[in-house]
Design a protein around this ligand. Structure first.
Ligand code: FES
Ligand code: FES
Length: 206
């Protein structure tokens, strides 16, 4: 028995060196998998994961692709894979609104949905409504009315407010309180936010 044979794990027929080589090759295989098809209730259902799969998102009018595990949220995909960090991760459990983006013009919590489920929809983030040189009217109203302190809630508030004002151009303060109740500001800048809303809608002083 030569030196190499002596290193073979018992019963494997492989030397330690062979084993290491195969291990290296296995790790080099891409971990992106096609969906499996399961028969459920008489229908074929595509099942993804737990391996990464190719996800294509339409964000701010551009198609963006990344290999993601199906468990990845839309918020994490935007921030970690597409470098769009305007949407903030605060509660990460769909309660504060800091991560608000639009899905087909409708505000949603990006931390509360999976990136894989956002495929085929039009996603708009805070980066998609303006440029640093050309602020959106809602951003300008927030700025002019001192409607932020730490700013963590602000991008989500701007996205929710813009959608609300476009739908309710003559809203009352009471309407706005209800309509924006899904967004929270821990710094308590509601007086400034209400002033911004008054500027945007012409609503009367409360
Ligand atoms: S971070 Fe998504 S709702 Fe709070
Ligand atoms: S400005 Fe700090 S949470 Fe709203």
């Amino acid at each position: 028995m030569n030196e190499e044979d002596r290193k073979k794990p018992e019963g494997s027929g492989l030397s330690r060196r062979d084993f290491m080589k195969i291990g290296g090759m296995t790790l080099a295989v891409p971990m992106v998998a096609s969906p499996k098809v399961l028969r459920v209730g008489g229908e074929d259902v595509e099942v993804y994961g737990p391996e990464k799969t190719m996800v294509t998102l339409n964000v701010n009018g551009k198609l963006m692709r990344a290999e993601l595990e199906p468990r990845v949220t839309l918020l994490d995909a935007l921030r970690e894979s597409f470098d769009l960090t305007g949407s903030k991760r605060v509660c990460d459990r769909a309660t504060c609104g800091a991560c608000t983006v639009w899905l087909d013009e409708k505000p949603v919590y990006a931390c509360g949905m999976l990136a894989i489920d956002a495929q085929g929809h039009k996603i708009t983030t805070i980066e998609g409504i303006s440029t640093p040189e050309n602020m959106d009217a809602v951003q300008k109203a927030f700025w002019e009315n001192d409607a932020q302190q730490c700013g963590f809630c602000t991008p989500g508030f701007v996205m929710a407010t813009k959608a609300f004002v476009e739908k309710n151009p003559h809203a009352t303060l009471e309407d706005a309180r209800k309509g924006l109740s899904g967004n929270l500001c821990r710094c308590g800048t509601y007086v400034g936010i209400h002033s911004a809303l008054r500027q945007l809608t012409g609503m009367k002083e409360a």
